[in-house]
Design a binder for this molecule. Sequence first.
Ligand code: SF4
Length: 392
Amino acid sequence: MAELIFRKGLGLKDAVAGALTADYHSGLVESIKSADFRHESGRLTIHLAREFGFCYGVDRAVDYAYQARRKFPDQAVYLTGEIIHNPDVNDRLRALGIRFLSDPGEDASRLGPGDVVILPAFGVTIAMLERLQRQGCTLVDTTCGSVLNVWKNVRRYAQDGFTSIIHGKYKHEETRATASQALQFPNGRYLVVLDRDQTLMVCDYIRHGGDRDAFGRQFGPAASEGFDPDHDLGRIGLANQTTMLMSESVEIANLLRQAIVDRYGEADLPARFRAFETICSATQDRQDAVIELLDRQALDLMIVIGGYNSSNTCNLARICAARLPTYHIAGVDALLSANAVRHRRVDGVEAVDAGWLPPGRPVAIGITAGASTPNAIVGQVIERLDALANAW
Ligand code: SF4
């Protein structure tokens, strides 16, 4: 077992508060918030969504990482991988001397007593946790309470003989960790569905059966080993990766519920279908706030700020892109000039677009940021928008 496991901080919150403020705070953003989330400068008006940026889980994870570095100045401190999906935050942790086990040349099997390992906000698989404990590492667990809540539901499904259908990305750290929870029980099973299209395939199999091997090839590693759709889709419980798009998750739940009703009848529904809303409140608040902004305010374009691999940021961009020109940027460097922006399109491809900033007339830009984006980056982006818009 581990020598120590820290789950509630390391008693150094006050000691690291100054460093966190210096690295992630923005005076500009705070002043815009207090001016009704609006910033006017020359021909530019910025409208901030009323909820954006660091969520409670990310705040806590980054805080614990700084505390861990401070508490163990002479020991090697590792992260299992990215602490959150923001390149700037991960770079700052590297600069503090925290090493990433996901980096080339690092090897978790060499760790032992005396090494400190930080577990990220999205958690780790049970196999990884047990391995680090066996090796006697000191652990700093920053797994978010909202992720732990999903795990609790998935364990209950498995305990009661329900297959967990997880709406998420099967390669995402959080979903891999959540899926591992289902396997703690002898007959635990899971299937990860990415979107509506994959859900419709599952629904079709529930209603009519199908080719078991083709189903296995279709879902591959997104299903637990030995997954048998003829048996394992008979009793299903739904869970979400915490950062998915709420409207899509609701639709997926409805589709699966209806498929079970069509196959087994309404009376059997309670015995064969369970759903639990496991999108976290921070993700929900950010999605609601950006929809509220789009409904309330006429805008020329939206800037969505966050890591390209940040699931909740990508979903904010999907919401916006359905309504108006949207640029999902990782940071201020993406604003190349008044005529060129580098961004991630909603299909996942990075592009450089010309003509993104309307010239010579008043321009209204909406801004939101994912749950792993520090305000410092939001502030830099606003400063750069100000400079570009008013020089042109
Ligand atoms: S996005 Fe939600 S689940 Fe993830 S760290 Fe933030 S609050 Fe926790």
